[in-house]
Design a protein. Sequence first.
Length: 676
Amino acid sequence: ALTEAYVGMGRFMEAMVVCKKGAKAHPEDPSARVLLASVYAAQGKDRKALDELGEALQAHPRDAAANRMAGLLQLKLGEKDAGVAALQKAAQADPGDPETLEEVLSWSNPLPQRKPAPPAPPVLERAAPPPPPGPAQAAHAAPPPVPAPGAAPRAAPRPRTVRNEAYAEQLAEKFQTEEWQLRHRPPPRRGSRRALVGSAVLFVVLVGALGGWWLWSAAQKRRAVEIDRLLKQTRELLEKDSYASYKEAGRLCEQILERDPDSLGGRSYLAYVDAIRWGEHGDPEGYREEAKKQVALARKLGQTHSHLIAAEAYLRYYGGDPKGAAEALQKFLSGDEGGTSALLHGTLGIIQMQAGDLDGARDSLVLAQKYAPGDVRVVQHLAELYRRRGAGFELQAWTLYEVVLQRLSKDHVPSMLGQAYLLVERDQPERAQKLAEAVLAMGDRASPRQVAMAHALRGFALFALGKGPEGASAEQQALTLDPSNPDIHEIIGKRKLKEGDFRGAAAAFEKAAQLDPARVAFVKELGDAYRAAGDADKAMAQYQRAVDMSPKAVDARIARARVWRERKDWPKALEELDLAAKALGAGGTGTGLSQVAVEQAEVQEASGARFDVVRDLYVKALKADGASCPALFWLGRQAYEEKKPDNARPLLGDYLRICPRGPRAAEAQRLAAALK
């Protein structure tokens, strides 16, 4: 039906894409290829249509529809013999199709003698056929007209009563009005009043049946239009990625399913909404069960939908199986159906980020953004990825949050909370407090989990402003509202780590890791707390645990290398960094590879390696990531010392623009000023 709708709109490319998917999904059904052939024929591509029909007839040589269409196309192309032969095959396969028989009789001599046909259907009491001719009449009957030389022979037209009776029989069967069929009765005499009454009754019934069919068809059309409108509104609400829009989308899905319980889109959207509300927004466990129920019902429909695949992935991830969720998505995306799905690439990126594979997440999210540049959810999670990268990536994160809030969705709560998180980490607690309070003022437009996060970030800001009691109260509100939210415990851990409460930080990170055992970042941060407390052995154990959880946890490898570096064990530090580079793969690019190269350069420089080895590593880092603050500063300072101002100015200028609060900002400012 979708293919036919696209053809009707003249959108032949979409029609071909949809129909090819159908043909691939159902190779045993010749009707799919016949439909695809009709799409080509609608564009005037008759030869292409014949090729497609040839494929169908190879597997199903007696298929009536394929033979009929092939015959008509061949006749159109002037291939009369092949066309007539194909039409004859179609008529033999479906002798009850009057249109095919009419085409055959129009283009050829009568069909070869076949087995006797079954008895003619009983006569309807409407227009009596003429009495059969007697032998004398038959002997003097006029012969059929002879066609002119060169003209296609045509059969004499059949009596209209035969066609009308067959059509009436079909209508009677379709609308279940068999009680009006006068079976096995001899035809009345012409002009009989009884025949006229019967015909009138039948006419009234048929008109009533057709009227009922028309009313039913109109109602079905109105229902389809209404469902299509609701599906479009639901899709637009999902694109807003807000708690309020998810709630409204859920209500619309219920309306869709009331009208059509077999709506794949309705069930898939509802499964996605419920999975997000349970896993991401902290709504009750019932939403998880409802999401699972909708997934099962959608699966019974025998088709796929991108939101259905995404819902299954989120259910697996939030259910404690991040590896299985990522693998299932990657398998689907590697197939023909999922390759260009922004939704699924974005979902994969979000799951990879939560599982600690930041470089894999970046690749997936960037690809999702390529397919859907204005996708709010994708841009916000790209910002979140850069925020988690830490020092040197704050500007990228802030810029992407600004893209969301200034251009895409001014009240996007996750982006507001992300900016508040950045601000407390950058020692700007006043601005962070204002953003958190703006979220709290939104009422039920923010989810329970988002409200709790806003209280936690407000507490972080209040502690930084020297308002400890108020900050403690805000943190307690957060824990009361959402005690099982690991992100709140992470925020508290970071606040305590910043204040020097290493034991308190470790306890908070440990709690976060217990609540979400799949989140590699929490384990790595627990290692950071132990390292800050001076317990390097415990730190190394946690870093190794993170690596065991995710071989692509490059940050944990880098952290281990830093511990070896602090111990001045250069070979082990370099070995750890080599393992990090291997985890990224031979073709690794981006921030992860840049970080590894910077760490390698710093270890080599500290160990007294040759200058060209160190320089090449910084160059490698800058090529992998043009915003690498350590590489920009080192290469800029080196160009300054080598008295190459034309090289030094842009490098130091980029450092000050990208890393205005970086650890070398003061020195970079001094060198840049000296170049003026």
